[in-house]
Write a protein that binds this ligand. Structure first.
Ligand code: HEC
Length: 261
């Protein structure tokens, strides 16, 4: 290959990279999203565990508020046993949702109350229906949302508490809402949380902050139900490696003890 064609190619690559940089800079300029605050979460760190009381309240927030628009497809009602719900409680929670089942002997689909082995029932039958009901925007499934965003828990907490008045002179497009933390600031999701929007079964005051914390704790559990198990195993492996290293080191010292250096 001639040196000139090589140079031309390099120039083309540099050109494309430069163009991409300009485009992404423009995209950032359009969305002056605020940096989410770094919060302390119960589930963080190698000894971090699920805050079950909070996650249970978070389930209530999900059911009473978010489930109107967002699915949670990877979680079955019976998985809630993990959060400390009894079998009887899970039956009651499941039966609050209707699932489409079938076909029956007449070839027809029918509705029945959900049972513990069902997955969480989605609010819309398909993506088109979800979009049609939400100004053309699809509310994403919430199962993996905490994992889907960098700093997911902090970001979602900030997003849920980040509905503020737009700066003077900012025109919010029809069907959009202003959010300080959303990239671009205009989000199709209307503010979902308002003080006392739910009445907590355990009497905790339902401030916007509290509900955001609780629903994020719930979503974190939904995203990684095996987290505590994983951390326990990781910890045991580390202890095992430390002991093994000590034994090998002692063995080595003993073997070489009588050898002249
Ligand atoms: C009225 C319907 C509605 C409700 C209720 C609602 N959402 Fe949304 N949500 C949406 C829509 C629509 C989008 C997509 C936004 C967009 O694309 O502009 C969305 C997006 C999101 C996102 C993704 C944001 C991103 O950066 O991609 C998260 C996380 C979320 N919602 C969490 C929640 C939680 C948690 C609740 C309950 C507290 C909730 N939503 C309640 C409609 C809703």
């Amino acid at each position: 290959m001639g040196i000139f064609s090589k140079m031309r190619r390099t120039a083309a690559v540099v050109g494309i990279a430069g163009f991409a940089a300009v485009v992404s800079a423009a995209a950032f300029a359009a969305g002056d999203a605020k940096e989410p605050k770094n919060r302390d979460w119960h589930f963080e760190g190698i000894f971090g565990t699920v805050d079950r009381a909070s996650a249970q309240r978070g389930l209530q927030v999900y059911i009473e508020v978010c489930a109107g628009c967002h699915s949670l497809k990877q979680v079955a009602y019976r998985n809630l046993a993990d959060l400390g719900f009894t079998e009887a409680e899970i039956k009651v929670i499941a039966s609050g949702f209707d699932v489409t089942d079938g076909p029956n002997d007449d070839g027809e689909m029918f509705e029945r109350p959900a049972i513990p082995s069902d997955r969480f029932v989605s609010p819309f039958p398909n993506e088109e229906a979800a979009k049609a009901a939400n100004n053309g925007a699809n509310p994403p499934d919430l199962t993996l949302q905490v994992k889907a965003h960098p700093g997911g828990a902090d970001y979602i907490h900030a997003l849920l508490t980040g509905y503020v008045d737009p700066p003077a002179g900012t025109e919010v497009p029809e069907g959009s809402n202003y959010n300080a933390y959303y990239a671009g600031n205009f989000i199709a999701m209307p503010q979902p949380l308002y003080a006392d929007g739910v009445e907590y079964a355990d009497g905790t005051p339902a401030t916007i902050e509290q509900m955001a914390t609780d629903v994020v704790n719930f979503m974190q559990w939904a995203a990684e139900p095996e987290m505590e198990q994983r951390k326990k195993i990781g910890f045991k492996v580390v202890i095992f490696l430390i002991i093994l290293s000590a034994i090998l080191y002692a063995g080595k010292r003993k073997m070489w003890a009588n050898v002249d250096h």
